[in-house]
Design a binder for this molecule. Structure first.
Ligand SMILES: C[S@@+](CC[C@H](N)C(=O)[O-])C[C@H]1O[C@@H](n2cnc3c(N)ncnc32)[C@H](O)[C@@H]1O
Length: 152
């Protein structure tokens, strides 16, 4: 719903697992007219299953799964502009993963962080009045944040 409402065309996901959330995000891209989703996962068997699921759903033209540690896979070759991020991998890494993506987030980009209560450093970063985000708890243990400006 969030990806559809902002017309997202460029999405990053940290933590693919078997690709369930990836399928939802890719379906939203398709509904938005196309785009690119980069998702990353470090367990090879999960990457295999996720790729199978994405092929079955006929969404592989929209999805790139990068196998490996997000701190490496998301440290290179990012799209110029990112519209939406789903943080769902290791919670302790949320602040570092966000830092890797930050320069590419457009103003108004949304960041959804699952189980964000387990990452106090992340919450401190996105909730800081000077951090450049507007951020609210959302649902059960999810933090929804919006990038306020490109430089902020
Ligand atoms: C909660 S699951 C993701 C669920 C998925 N987003 C969904 O909703 O269908 C978290 C996944 O993140 C992966 N993960 C954790 N730390 C990672 C890292 N540093 N780099 C890449 N993947 C990581 C785990 O292997 C696990 O499969």
């Amino acid at each position: 719903m969030l990806a559809r409402s902002i017309g997202a065309r460029s999405i990053i996901e940290f933590g693919t697992s078997f690709g369930i959330s990836t399928l939802h995000l890719a379906a939203a891209l398709k509904d938005n007219g196309g785009g690119h989703l980069i998702s990353t996962e470090f367990e090879p068997s999960k990457v295999v299953r996720a790729r199978e699921n994405i092929i079955k759903a006929n969404l592989s033209d929209l999805v790139e799964i990068r196998e490996g540690d997000a701190l490496e896979t998301l440290a290179r070759d990012l799209p110029e502009t990112i519209d939406l991020v789903l943080l769902d991998g290791a919670k302790a890494l949320f602040p570092r993963v966000l830092s890797l993506l930050e320069a590419h987030l457009r103003a108004g980009a949304l960041i959804i962080a699952d189980n964000a209560d387990w990452s106090p450093d992340y919450l401190a970063k996105v909730r800081s009045p000077t951090g450049g985000y507007f951020s609210v708890p959302f649902g059960s243990d999810v933090e929804l944040s919006m990038k306020l400006s490109v430089s902020g």
